[in-house]
Design a protein around this ligand. Structure first.
Ligand code: NAD
Length: 365
């Protein structure tokens, strides 16, 4: 493994673009630049074997453009496997806009971004992610049909976050069943990191079920709002990972299971909404397995949102959305036992099933 990392780093020096550690046979990367509106965006199309590359747009103030590229590469790849394992006829794509969504997101910038999406002729279809709202997608819709996550008033399936949270809740219950022998989360100590659109909706499910919920977020206002609404506790310490807990639910950004946190983690189950929770799928997936921590693969249990937006393309209704999302419970249980039987990580088990669906379709073409 060490040799592989050294080799990858050498390659990165020689080939700083395709040699990026996160480059993984991506089909196309599009850099979108517009000085007039201040738009700097990157669209990543990872794979279109199963269908057009669908994935949300994230607006974030990255430390560097390389960080933004790395993020879009990792996120778009994750979308390929998310749609594949969920049985959707979609490929994997994602977009990032570099900037602060609170201060730099203007209608002009979003419209210009929409024009770039349109120029790809449907190979990439966008939706919302961190920093985006349904109203942003409604605006993008005025310049391109290649957008989902549209408001219900405009004929779309509405905000996907509550459905994502419901899917995460299903996946978490399945992981609890697997680890504790029972999927009832009453009295389970659960830490939800990030109480944005998805995190808050997850907190609602958990508190309805009687779990002991602790929340953390960068925004003190959000913390107080969510605490007051659901009667949960705000985490006051400075090392959440090392707290005694039954379940850790990462619902902020990715890579929180990393070299720094992995050995301090006390959770028995990890199940959350964030994409790319493992900084290194192989290394950290293996370490979790060795430590007996049940990890419900992120791209499997956070698929509710994509199921919701896919309904806009396939014209299915709320009932079918809920049925497909509820099925995340069964798929999670299958993947967890598959991993145990085959002595592989849960991430690998999910990944292999997704990859074999793509390979089969590729052969058929
Ligand atoms: P959001 O922007 O509404 O919420 C993210 C929250 O995390 C914010 O409140 C932010 O303050 C907080 N946060 C950021 N860094 C933090 C940190 N270090 N510690 C604690 N809190 C922190 O985003 P969202 O739509 O709720 O999505 C959450 C995660 O789930 C993201 O990783 C997203 O990619 C993933 N996801 C979302 C959907 C969806 O339907 N919205 C679908 C699949 C995956």
């Amino acid at each position: 493994m060490v040799t592989e990392v050294v080799k990858a780093k050498e390659l990165q020096k020689l080939d700083p673009v395709f040699g990026q550690l996160s480059f993984d046979n991506h089909e196309q990367i599009v850099f979108c630049n517009d000085k007039d509106t201040g738009l700097k965006a990157i669209i990543g199309i990872h794979n279109t074997v199963l269908g057009p590359a669908l994935g949300g747009t994230r607006m974030w103030q990255y430390n560097s453009e390389w960080d933004a590229l790395n993020d879009v590469l990792r996120l778009s790849r994750g979308m390929t496997f998310k749609s594949a394992i969920t049985g959707l006829n979609l490929g994997g794509g994602k977009a990032v806009i570099i900037g602060d969504a609170k201060t730099q997101k203007t209608p002009e910038l979003m419209l210009r971004f929409g024009e770039f999406v349109h120029s790809l002729g449907g190979r990439y279809i966008t939706a919302e992610d961190v920093g985006m709202m349904t109203s942003d997608m409604d605006l993008v819709r005025t310049v391109t049909p290649y957008v989902t996550g549209i408001s219900e008033e405009k004929g779309g399936a509405g905000n996907p976050s509550p459905i994502t949270a419901y899917g995460v809740f299903m996946g978490m219950k399945a992981a609890a069943k697997y680890k504790f022998g029972n999927d009832n989360l009453e009295d389970k100590v659960i830490y939800v990191e990030g109480i944005g659109n998805v995190g808050e909706a997850l907190v609602e499910h958990l508190s309805n079920e009687g779990a002991k919920v602790f929340i953390s977020d960068l925004s003190q206002d959000r913390l107080e709002e969510v605490r007051d609404k659901y009667g949960v506790s705000i985490y006051e310490g400075n090392n959440l990972y090392a707290e005694d807990m039954d379940i850790y639910a990462p619902c902020a950004l990715g890579a929180t299971v990393n070299n720094k946190t992995i050995n301090t983690l006390k959770a028995k189950v990890i199940a959350g909404a964030a994409n790319n929770q493992l900084a290194d799928e192989h290394i950290h997936g293996t370490q979790l397995r060795e430590r007996g921590i049940v990890y419900a693969p992120d791209f499997l249990i956070n698929a509710g949102g994509i199921i919701n937006v896919y309904a806009e393309l396939e014209n299915y209704g709320k009932q079918e959305i809920m049925r497909k999302t509820e099925n995340i419970y069964n798929t999670t249980l299958e993947i967890l036992s598959n991993a145990e039987t085959n002595e592989i990580t849960t991430h690998e088990a999910a990944f292999h099933i997704a990859q074999s669906r793509i390979d089969t379709r590729k052969k058929e073409r």
